[in-house]
Design a protein around this ligand. Structure first.
Ligand SMILES: [Zn+2]
Length: 345
């Protein structure tokens, strides 16, 4: 399956943090096709294992999260739904957007807003807080109560599609585009003789505090890990230092919590194998699962790869397919380079 098809399929599915079951079931199928063993843990993480055949082989873990930001229904008001955020939702994105409410079958709602004609002069340029917004599902109070139980989850009513030249635009590219990169790496490793066991952690609940990865990494007890997540790409209005280049290749991050030998191995492999890459700097907290995998059990030598992405946590995130392919190539090279000897601090 081409990487674009995998990304589009996975991003078109709904799986907000804590409600990843549908995505997780599809991920389980995808991993079952290319790994020796697949299991689901208590939190709902999907864990795949590809054994190298050596006894007591060391474990190299690839982690990518499969949840996305979303919403949860908290009440009804004259048939309109009140809701809260699951993860880092930007409420500027909400007015007039379509929301897919994950009832069985799902129903589509719209986030209602007052027309400009009736707003007061000082209201028209203000962001409306999420608690002041509501979802219109076109139902009466009684109908809404029946159709949409409290605690129903929801996501933006969009998927992902090809965009521009070699790009993809949509929701949930954070982080399912990276998970698609991991799958592509497994495809590249299909007939390779490896000296370490490869573990894949399709982690849940990242958007609400990297929770899946904490339990997942503890259960796996890996020797090394490469966590892969999206990172901010430059746009004309972003003058911040440290923004990454969309199309500039896979990001290899360096910083306090990231394992130096593993990171240097990745940089060297990218150089030697001519894989397009850029360096990212993480002064402390990386904002990713790497934070917790690094300090799982007695510590895990952890590297962080990134995929440049524009408009993070919106329904129109953008990534480059060439960057996703570069990430996959580098993951595969790292897997082939690991010889089972020590590679610590
Ligand atoms: Zn992410």
């Amino acid at each position: 399956m081409a990487i674009a098809d995998t990304i589009i399929e996975l991003c078109s599915m709904a799986g907000p943090a804590g409600y990843e079951q549908a995505v997780a079931a599809r991920v389980r199928e995808m991993l079952s096709a290319c790994m020796d063993e697949v299991r689901t843990d208590v939190l709902g993480n999907i864990i795949g294992i590809k054994r190298c055949g050596r006894e007591n082989a060391k474990k190299l873990l690839f982690d990518a999260h499969i949840d996305e930001i979303g919403f949860i229904i908290t009440g009804w008001d004259e048939g309109f739904l009140r809701f809260s955020a699951l993860g880092g939702v930007d409420s500027r994105m909400l007015p007039a957007s379509e929301i897919k409410i994950l009832t069985e079958p799902p129903i589509v709602g719209i986030v209602g807003v007052l027309p400009p004609h009736i707003l007061k002069a000082d209201e028209s340029d203000k962001t409306i807080k999420i608690e002041d917004l509501y979802i219109d599902v076109g139902l009466t109070q009684d109908e809404a109560k029946k159709a949409v139980p409290l605690g129903t989850a929801a996501v933006y009513n969009t998927g992902a599609r090809l965009f521009g030249d070699g790009l993809i635009c949509g929701k949930a590219l954070d982080d399912r585009a990276c998970f698609a990169g991991v799958l592509r790496a497994l495809e590249l490793l299909k007939d390779q003789k490896l000296e370490v066991d490869i573990y894949v952690l399709a982690s849940v609940q990242e958007e609400v505090g990297e929770r899946g990865a904490r339990a997942g990494a503890f259960g796996i007890a890996p020797d090394w890990c490469v966590a892969i997540d999206v990172d901010h790409a430059k746009t004309p209005d972003s003058k911040e230092p440290g923004m990454k280049e969309l199309g500039g290749g896979v990001i290899i991050s360096k910083g306090t919590i990231l394992n130096k030998p593993l990171t240097e191995t990745a940089v060297k492999l990218a150089e030697v194998k001519d894989i397009k890459y850029q360096i990212g700097i993480e002064a402390g907290d990386t904002g990713t699962n790497a934070n917790y995998i690094q300090i799982s059990r007695e510590g895990v030598a952890t590297a962080l790869f990134g995929l440049p992405l524009k408009y993070m946590h919106t329904p129109v995130e953008v990534i480059s397919l060439a960057d996703a392919e570069a990430a996959a190539l580098l993951l595969a090279e790292v897997a082939m380079a690991m010889k089972g000897d020590d590679l610590h601090a």
